[in-house]
Design a protein around this ligand. Structure first.
Ligand code: 5GP
Length: 113
């Protein structure tokens, strides 16, 4: 069975896609927690950061570099932004397909709730 994010990648489910390459896709979160809330998702299904393996190193590195490029392109480097990966129940993960949240556009609280 496809994950929700695979359905977005295949255009089965619509999303506001702002970036895509052969390794990952970035689109707006449907329930934004900040003025800008993006999700960056690898096309390969890794169910969570806690189960990523060394074979996924290239993908994980690509996600980090790409989220930085997107943040810069969106103009968030001067005021800053936050990148979050939730894992498991206590981490608040609801979709079992690895994704980076990029939150920006307001001052974010620390520690998070
Ligand atoms: P998690 O809780 O797993 O870290 O993050 C999952 C995110 O996916 C949530 O922020 C949620 O709002 C977002 N989300 C859930 N369903 C959809 C959807 O159908 N479309 C989009 N664009 N985002 C979704």
């Amino acid at each position: 069975m496809s994950t929700l994010f695979e359905k977005i990648i295949s255009r089965e489910i619509p999303a506001d896609i702002i970036y895509e390459d052969d390794i990952c896709i970035c689109f707006r979160d449907i329930e934004p927690q900040a003025p800008t809330h993006l999700l960056l998702v690898p096309k390969k299904v890794i169910t969570g950061i806690g189960v990523a393996h060394s074979e996924d190193q290239k993908i994980l590195g690509h996600l980090m570099i790409t989220i930085a490029k997107i943040a810069e392109q969106q103009g968030f480097n001067s005021n800053g932004f936050r990148v979050i990966i939730n894992h498991g129940i206590d981490g608040g993960q609801t979709v079992d397909h690895l994704h980076l949240h990029l939150l920006a556009g307001r001052a974010l609280n620390w520690p998070p709730g």
